[in-house]
Design a protein around this ligand. Structure first.
Ligand code: ADP
Ligand code: UVW
Ligand code: MG
Length: 405
């Protein structure tokens, strides 16, 4: 079965083609700067003896043009990996917000699309592009099943006392205002990898996803018990451009005393805050460089970033009544030893003892970076949201075709 995974963001589309059930990646790619004059597609092929990379600079006015171009690359007479878009059995879509309607992966129907659309106001940075990705894929891959995998689904196991806010009840029952949690596909994937690595299916884990968006989850026996993002993907950790936790009084102050309108507050907290607001850079590599050049604001921002993670780690150790492992993942979590070092410093009371040398080793493999006497393991596990989406699509299609035959 050929499963094509699409992660449509606001200005980019990430994609990957897998052959299932072997989980073999056939090709992957990234379409960037959609809507700008210098859009670019980077397409990698893994079928031959060597990896091959194709880069194309194009004028791509919108997502539709981007995905059409990808469809052509897939079926290109010279470098293509299929002969016809009809060879794609399933297109699996990352959809960030599934609300309370979706605790599992679903085949996309007009009803499912209507539900995803209803959730636009709850994830304005993500759901509209995910929806657009579905619409475009329906046209580009007419013969394929379209499947939605939701970031929120894995966190549907949170107990009610963890997902409710202390607001009048109707705000939950009538308006759906509660914690949903995000990056669930990544937390699920790395948690499962960690339980296998530890050979302990009951493991109590704190999974720490540090990408552009950042979130943590308290996971026991592969079930999410709490998570740091809430109603939308804004609360919790300090992120690339998002503030994470902030006292809501600040919002009233901005509006009532400083004349901000709601949209300006939204832009401030989602796009101009986090590491970008603190340092002028949202990419950790730029911040690391700035620290090396003696930039004190960058050093402080780094401490603030790590301190917030540490606070949630302590909270989740309490939620789980102890820890078996801490798992770092995603762009920063996998690649930035200094962040891991600052998070794990002075955590002896939790029996977390990082091995500074192992921490510095660069690798794409799951690995343990704690000292031998550390009762709590510290793991780095590369996430693979695309593979997790492909696996879930495959299982769903297998069930669907079995039950209909
Ligand atoms: N070698 C590295 N060292 C430090 N940070 C890195 C490195 N490589 C990537 N990153 C960080 O990873 C972030 C992107 O992570 P990623 O998981 O790809 O995010 P997303 O999927 O949200 O776009 C970048 O903003 C960058 O800060
Ligand atoms: C939900 C979320 O924050 O996703 P991303 O990190 O891809 O922006
Ligand atoms: Mg990501």
């Amino acid at each position: 079965m050929n499963i094509f995974v699409v992660n449509a963001g606001s200005s980019s589309i990430k994609y990957q083609l897998f052959r299932m059930p072997s989980e073999k990646p056939i090709c992957s790619g990234l379409v960037e700067r959609i809507g700008l004059e210098d859009a670019v597609i980077t397409h990698q092929i893994f079928t031959g003896a060597e990896e091959k990379t194709i880069r194309r600079n194009l004028d791509l006015p919108d997502h539709a043009a981007g995905l059409q171009e990808v469809g052509q690359l897939l079926a290109d007479p010279e470098s293509g990996v299929i002969q016809d878009p009809a060879e794609i059995d399933v297109v699996g879509h990352r959809v960030v917000h599934g609300g309370e309607s979706f605790a599992a992966t679903v085949i996309i129907t007009p009803e499912v699309k209507a539900e995803i659309k209803k959730l636009f106001p709850l994830a304005p940075l993500h759901n509209p592009s995910n929806y657009l990705g579905i619409e475009v894929a329906e046209k580009t891959f007419r013969r394929s099943w379209q499947v939605a995998v939701f970031d929120t689904a894995f966190h549907q196991t949170l107990p009610e006392y963890a997902f409710r806010y202390a607001l009048p009840e109707a705000f939950y029952t009538d308006l759906g205002i509660r914690t949903y949690g995000f990056h669930g596909t990544s937390h699920k994937y790395v948690a499962e990898q960690a339980t296998q690595f530890l050979k302990n299916p009951e493991a109590r884990l704190v999974t720490i996803h540090l990408g552009n968006g950042c979130s943590m989850a308290a996971v026991k026996a592969n079930r999410s018990l709490d998570t740091s993002m809430g109603f939308g993907p804004l609360s919790g950790l300090v992120m690339g451009t998002r503030s994470g936790d902030i006292d809501p009084s600040v919002v009233f102050h901005l509006i009532n005393q400083l004349g901000y309108d709601p949209e300006q507050v939204n832009t401030l907290l989602n796009k101009r805050s986090g590491m970008l607001g603190l340092t002028g850079y949202s990419d950790m590599r730029d911040i690391t460089k700035a620290i090396q050049e003696g930039n004190a604001a960058a050093d402080l921002a780094y401490d603030l970033y790590a301190y917030r993670i540490k606070k949630y780690l302590g909270a989740y150790a309490a939620v789980l009544n102890g820890l078996d492992a801490v798992v770092f993942t995603a762009g920063v979590g996998e690649n930035d030893p200094e962040v891991r070092a600052r998070v794990c410093r002075n955590l002896d009371y939790l029996s977390i003892h990082l091995d500074e040398e192992k921490n510095k080793i660069r690798s794409k493999e799951p690995r343990e970076i704690n000292q031998p006497d550390s009762r709590v393991k510290v793991l780095v596990i590369p996430t693979n949201e695309e593979l997790e989406i492909a696996k879930q699509c495959y299982e769903l299609l297998l069930q669907t075709t079995e039950s209909s035959s």
